[in-house]
Design a binder for this molecule. Structure first.
Ligand SMILES: [Cu+2]
Length: 181
């Protein structure tokens, strides 16, 4: 097999990427200081939707807490960190006061039905298979660029399984934009 290994060595990284042997960039964890961000995704949006959710997993490998305090994106007028709660059987969402703490040694998951990024005043619909670059702002780690992979319209997780029954129409209503088109 000597000749094969020599050939592989000569092909190089670019060719390996072209052959799909190197994981695409969006699958790579994003590291920022002590934080590692993985599984950043969002959902395709129906036409006319003004809001979308953003989901990701943040791990703090350090020894002090950090806080996700906000962010921005070219794809939307506003990006906020939201929390979803159920009060008397009614789901409500609101900005996380003071930011979302990522305790040292802990992993915080933003997912449908819980914490999420709220993208408001969307400038264009999100299409399945697309990518939405966002900049997150952390108290200590500073600005961190991540890319949300756009999943299907009813996706509940990066692989389309599990999660809650939240949908965009409800989200629109919750944010006072109305669900009608
Ligand atoms: Cu929200």
């Amino acid at each position: 097999m000597k000749s094969l290994s020599i050939r592989c060595g000569m092909i190089g990284a670019a060719a390996m990427a072209a052959l799909g042997l190197v994981a695409p960039a969006h699958a790579e964890p994003v590291k920022a200081g002590d934080l590692v961000i993985t599984q950043a995704w969002t959902r395709a949006t129906p036409g006319g939707a003004k809001v979308g959710g953003g989901y990701l997993t943040i791990e703090n490998k350090g020894s002090s807490p950090d806080k996700l305090i906000g962010g921005s994106t070219d794809a939307a007028g506003k990006l906020e960190v939201h929390e979803m709660t159920t009060e008397n059987g009614i789901m409500k969402m609101h900005p996380v006061a003071g930011g979302l703490t990522i305790a040292p040694g802990k992993t915080v998951k933003l997912a449908p039905g819980g914490y999420h990024l709220m993208l408001m005043e969307l400038k264009h619909p999100f299409k399945q298979g697309g990518k939405v670059p966002v900049t997150l702002r952390f108290e200590k780690a500073g600005n961190v660029s991540v890319t949300l992979d756009v999943q299907g319209i009813g996706a509940q997780s990066p692989r389309g399984m599990g999660g809650s029954h939240m949908d965009h129409m409800k989200m629109d209503k919750m944010h006072g934009h109305g669900g009608k088109m």
